[in-house]
Design a protein around this ligand. Structure first.
Ligand code: DCT
Ligand code: MG
Length: 392
C-alpha cells in the first residue's frame, strides 16, 4: 500500500522514492557526460538525483576521510559540512576536471576547494594524506569498525595507549560488552561487504519465517540495498503487520525461529520507546523510537556464491558467513514514514528533514509528518507527496 495513494480523484503511483525528488532544470541524462555549465545543483540532497556510480570518487573519498576525521574529534559542524559537500560532488553527472567545474556548487567552502585543487594538480591532497596517515585516524577507523564500539569507547582505548586490533584482542585488562565480544569474534566477516546476493538470501529467510506466522506481514529490505547498491555493511529490514496483536509479537517470534534454526550468532532487542507526547524531534539526525533488533546471523554460503571481494581467511574456511542484520518493527500507520527514513542515504534523510522544516514549515521524522502551523498535526502519506512535489 505504500506505493499507491489516491490524489484528487486520480491515483498517484509512487514507483520509487526517487519520484519524490524534484528534477534538475537541466535536461541532462545521467548516462551521458554533460558539462558543468548546464547543471544547476540544488543545495538539498532530496532535490538532487545521485547516480549509483560515483564518477568523482577521488574527490568524494577525500571529503569522506575529512568528515570521518572530524567525527572522530566529535566536531559536528565541520563533519556535517564535509558530508554535505561530498554529497554534492556525488550527485554530479560530470567528472571534475578544472576548478571552473566546481565554482558555482553549493556547500563548497574555500578549504574544500583547496583540496579539490590539490587533487586536480597532484591526484592527492596533502591535508587529506596527513589525516589518513595519522595514528589517531587509523586507530579510530579500526576501533569504530568493531560492532558495538562507539566513539566514547574508542576514545578511551586510544587514551589507554591501544592502537591496533591486535592490541585490543590481546589485552588482559579490557572488559567487553557481549556485543563487542561478538563484534571481535566475527570482525573479519562483519568488516567485509555484504553482497546483494547475501542480502537477498537474508530477505528470503526472514520473509519465509515471518509469513509462516503472519501471512499479511509486510517485509522490506531498506538502506543501501533499496537504493540499488550491490554491497553494504549490513542488511536493514523493516517489518509491519495490519493487526496490532501480530505487530507486538512479531520480532520476538522471528528471533525465536531464527534461534531454533541455529542461525543467531548474536542478538540484542531494543523495545520501542515511542511516546507520542514527546515528538517530533527538531534535531535532523535524531534516531527513531521503533522496536528493533541488532543481529549477527550465520548465513549458509550458496555453492555458486561468487565473491566480489577476496574472501578473508576465516570466511574462506567456513561454510557460512557472519552477516549484520537490523530488523525494525513499525506500527502499520507509520510504515511509509519509516521506509522513507530507513532508505537513506544519511545525507538525503537529513536534507529531507531540513527541506520539510525550512522550505515547507513542516517537520518530518521516521514516524510522521507534522504541520508546524497546525499544532503538530499528523498527516497522511499523500501529504508528503503533495508537499514534496509542490502540488498541494
Ligand atoms: N540513517 C539515517 N541517519 C543515520 C544513520 C542511518 O537516516 N545517522 C538511515 C539511512 C540509511 C538507513 O538508516 C540504514 O543505515 P545504514 O545501514 O547505516 O546505511 P546504508 O545506507 O544502508 O549503508 P550500508 O550500505 O553501508 O549498510
Ligand atoms: Mg545498511
Amino acid at each position: 500500500w505504500f506505493t499507491e495513494c489516491m490524489g484528487a480523484g486520480c491515483p498517484i503511483k509512487i514507483e520509487s522514492r526517487h519520484q519524490l525528488m524534484v528534477q534538475e532544470d537541466c535536461p541532462a541524462s545521467f548516462n551521458t557526460p554533460v558539462s558543468s555549465s548546464c547543471v544547476r545543483v540544488s543545495p538539498y540532497a532530496c532535490q538532487r538525483r545521485t547516480p549509483l556510480r560515483d564518477i568523482n570518487r577521488i574527490f568524494t573519498d577525500a571529503f569522506d576521510i575529512m568528515a570521518e576525521n572530524y567525527e572522530f574529534w566529535e566536531s559536528k559542524g565541520p563533519r556535517v559540512a564535509y558530508q554535505r559537500a561530498s554529497a554534492v560532488l556525488k550527485s554530479l553527472p560530470f567528472p571534475i576536471v578544472t576548478m571552473k567545474d566546481v565554482e558555482d556548487l553549493p556547500h563548497l567552502r574555500e578549504e574544500m576547494k583547496y583540496i579539490i585543487e590539490e587533487i586536480i594538480e597532484d591526484r592527492k591532497s596533502s591535508k587529506v594524506e596527513e589525516v589518513r596517515s595519522s595514528e589517531r585516524y587509523k586507530s579510530f577507523k579500526i576501533f569504530t569498525s568493531i560492532f558495538g564500539v562507539g566513539l566514547k569507547t574508542t576514545e578511551k582505548w586510544y587514551r589507554m595507549g591501544y592502537r591496533t586490533l591486535e592490541d585490543i584482542t590481546s589485552s588482559n585488562c579490557l572488559k567487553f560488552t557481549s556485543m563487542q565480544k561478538h563484534g571481535l569474534l566475527y570482525y573479519e566477516d562483519i568488516a567485509s561487504y555484504v553482497t546483494k546476493k547475501e542480502a537477498d538470501a537474508v530477505e528470503r529467510l526472514i520473509k519465509t519465517i515471518i509469513w509462516g506466522f503472519v501471512s499479511d506481514a509486510i517485509v522490506t529490505v531498506t538502506g543501501g540495498f533499496r537504493r540499488g547498491k550491490n554491497i553494504g555493511h549490513d542488511v536493514d529490514i523493516l517489518i509491519t503487520c495490519p493487526q496490532k496483536r501480530d505487530e507486538i509479537q512479531i520480532l520476538h517470534k522471528t528471533i525465536n525461529s531464527l534461534k531454533k534454526m541455529n542461525l543467531v550468532l548474536f542478538h540484542d532487542i531494543v523495545e520501542s520507546t515511542f511516546d507520542d507526547t514527546k515528538r517530533p524531534s527538531r534535531y535532523v539526525d535524531s534516531l527513531d523510537h521503533f522496536q528493533k533488533s541488532f543481529l549477527i546471523l550465520q548465513l549458509q554460503k550458496e555453492e555458486e556464491n561468487t565473491y566480489i571481494h577476496k574472501p578473508n581467511k576465516s570466511e574462506a574456511q567456513r561454510s557460512w558467513k557472519a552477516i549484520r542484520v537490523d530488523l525494525v518493527v513499525t506500527p502499520y500507520e507509520q510504515y511509509a514514514f519509516a521506509i522513507l527514513g530507513w532508505t537513506g542515504s544519511q545525507q538525503f534523510e537529513r536534507d529531507l528533514r531540513r527541506f520539510a522544516s525550512h522550505e515547507k514549515k513542516m517537520m518530518l521524522d521516521n514516524h510522521a509528518l507534522y504541520d508546524k502551523s497546525k499544532h503538530l498535526q499528523c498527516c497522511e502519506l499523500q501529504m508528503i507527496v503533495y508537499e514534496f512535489l509542490g502540488i498541494g
